[in-house]
Design a binder for this molecule. Structure first.
Ligand code: PEP
Ligand code: MG
Length: 588
């Protein structure tokens, strides 16, 4: 009798975009974005084509309203704003007029005219070097596909997936694909494109669907119904899992479910150490639509609002009124907790506030953060007045990024004082005692922390940049990623120095870089004396439980030892030993 060949297990590695484990058959979706047919139309057909275009737009808008409603019901939050933005795109005169012109002046059929106009926009957006901005092109593609499908009257066809439970696999998923996913049938999803910052990933986390994006292989050739496992913790898609792998994942899944239930039960518990030291646990936010997730996470405030992400929706910073509205909404939604608004940190690897005439040879050492704000006083003051005006509607604090020394801090504070005077004169209310902080993320600021501390109410250590500048390792360059060491002795000495200066001046110190969310390092940071940890919303429950499991005294003794060590691995080892001792079950 011929032996039955058992297919070999294959693993695709990707980015863990939304946590969770799914086990089930795969359903692979075809790529859905191809150029429509192009044909010339007669003059007598122009009106009909314009009408077809109008009808496709109307149907699309209706679908987007329905999706928005559906997402509001599912996620109960503002994630659905994404679809409002999509809808506005369809109402953008620049787009609509161009399509009308292409139909009437160039005699193009409606779907091709629309496709060609959108391709131009997409090309322009793809040329912007910022990865986050490039992600937004996915939104535009999403709307474009939807309209094209609606010309044919099959707008939802991409979502016709089997009734049986399955893991959905595709080249790419748009935010609306994700929002339209039926949780009863879709166990998880994986795609070749996408990153942790994409709206698709944000939605997957908000909807609680495990997801892996940016897979390192061509997935669309995979056969539908192939048995698979999706590991949203480690970012893996496994095909034809062996019995051993299946058992491993079934056990892991049960353990994670237990941990999740336990963490959820603790959501509102205070984050004090076992010996009573209170640690504030807050969240980092880039987009206002993350607020519902932040609130559900149990975070006690926002420790870092990266306002440069406001630049995504337009070429320049929104005006004072729009910023006031955005900050006020945040303050109201997060009440009674504090929202720390960081002034614009454009440049470096982020979006520039205005096009540069010459590209910078070293953007990370260039026109970035407070340097930009101080050289554009009108724009800086618009932002400061907006922050102050919002401070009348809730608890708001402000902090300055990329400060390298006392002069910059004094100039920033002077601008803030001017804004206060202007608002007072105009009888516009604000909180005159609004806390003012400075980010410690440039080594010179850490070394001079004793000079900065008397000028502010708090320090927030930006470890992402502090590490890159201290050990001279570009934070986004994969070739030197292994040299990027959060526990380098120089880094932890600078953190210690910063906290000592803060303590001597009676102010508190937080950490808002990625290091704050790494629970292997929670013992070290608490031991060094950090009083606030601001982390990504989905990390809040785990970091909270880590804090509650530790004794400050034990962490402090460990950190004293760590400060004497010469190697990053030794320091990591000491911190990890405490993490394992008190919450090994939370470590991945
Ligand atoms: C940091 O540098 O650690 C930080 C929080 O700021 P960003 O990552 O936005 O530069
Ligand atoms: Mg930074």
């Amino acid at each position: 009798m011929a032996e039955i060949e058992v297919p070999e297990e294959i693993t695709y590695q990707g980015i863990p975009a939304s946590p969770g484990i799914s086990i089930g058959p795969l359903h692979v979706m075809a790529r859905g974005f191809s150029a429509p047919e192009v044909y010339e139309i007669e003059d007598s057909e122009v009106a009909r084509e314009q009408e077809r275009f109008g009808a496709a737009l109307e149907v699309t808008k209706k679908q987007l309203i329905e999706l928005q409603q559906r997402l509001e019901d599912l996620a109960g939050g503002k994630e659905s704003d994404i679809f409002e933005a999509h809808r506005m795109l369809l109402e953008d005169r620049a787009v609509v007029d161009k399509v009308h012109d292409a139909i009437s002046e160039r005699g193009q059929n409606a779907e091709y005219a629309f496709y060609a106009v959108m391709q131009n926009f997409l090309e322009a957006m793809r040329r912007i070097p910022d990865p986050y901005f490039r992600e937004r092109t996915a939104d535009l593609e999403d709307v474009c596909q939807r309209v094209l499908r609606n010309f044919k009257g099959d707008g939802e066809v991409r979502h016709q997936v089997p009734e049986e439970q399955h893991i959905l696999v595709a080249y790419d998923f748009s935010p609306s694909d994700t929002a339209a996913m039926n949780r009863r049938h879709i166990l998880g999803f994986a795609a070749e494109l996408g990153s942790v910052n994409s709206h698709t990933a944000i939605l997957a986390r908000a909807l609680g669907i495990p997801a892996v994006l940016g897979l390192d292989g061509t997935v669309i050739d995979i056969q539908t119904l192939t048995p698979g496992i999706l590991d949203g913790y480690a970012g893996k898609l496994i095909l034809h899992p062996s019995e051993e792998t299946l058992t491993h994942y079934r056990t892991l899944s049960a353990e994670k479910a237990k941990v999740r239930t336990a963490l959820e039960a603790m959501r509102d518990a205070a984050t004090d150490t076992t010996d009573g030291r209170a640690i504030t646990l807050s969240a980092n936010v880039e987009l206002i639509e993350e607020l519902p997730l932040v609130k559900r996470s149990g975070a006690k405030g926002i420790g870092l609002y990266r306002t440069e992400f406001l630049l995504l929706n337009g070429e320049e910073m929104p005006d004072e009124a729009k910023q006031t509205a955005a900050y006020s909404r945040m303050a109201k939604e997060m009440a009674p907790h504090t929202v720390i608004i960081r002034t614009l940190d454009s440049g470096g690897d982020k979006l520039p506030v205005e096009p540069l005439t010459d590209p910078e040879p070293n953007p990370f050492l260039g026109w970035r953060g407070i340097r930009v704000s101080l050289s554009r006083p009108a724009m800086f003051k618009d932002q400061l007045r907006a922050v102050l005006r919002a401070s009348a509607h809730g608890k708001i604090a402000v902090m300055f990024p990329m400060v390298s020394g006392l002069s910059e801090l004094k100039r920033a504070r002077a601008a803030l004082r001017e804004c206060m005077d202007e608002l007072s004169k105009a009888d516009i209310p604000f909180n005159a005692d609004m806390p003012v902080g400075v980010m410690i993320e440039v080594p010179s600021a850490a070394v001079c922390a004793d000079l900065l501390a008397p000028e502010v109410d708090f320090f927030s250590i930006g470890t992402n940049d502090l590490i890159q500048y201290t050990v001279a390792v570009d934070r986004v360059n994969p070739h030197v990623a292994d040299l990027y060491r959060p526990t380098h002795p120089a880094v932890i000495r600078l953190i210690k120095r910063t906290i000592d200066a803060a303590n001597a001046n009676g102010i508190w110190t937080g950490v808002c870089g990625e290091m704050a969310g790494d629970i292997r390092l929670t013992p070290l940071l608490i031991g060094l004396g950090v009083e606030e940890l601001s982390v990504g919303p989905h990390q809040v429950p785990r970091v909270g439980q880590a804090v509650r499991s530790l004794s400050h005294a034990e962490c402090a003794a460990m950190s004293d030892e760590a400060l004497k060590k010469g190697h990053s691995y030794e320091i990591l080892g000491l911190s990890l030993a405490l993490a394992r001792k008190y919450y090994g079950n939370l470590l991945d």
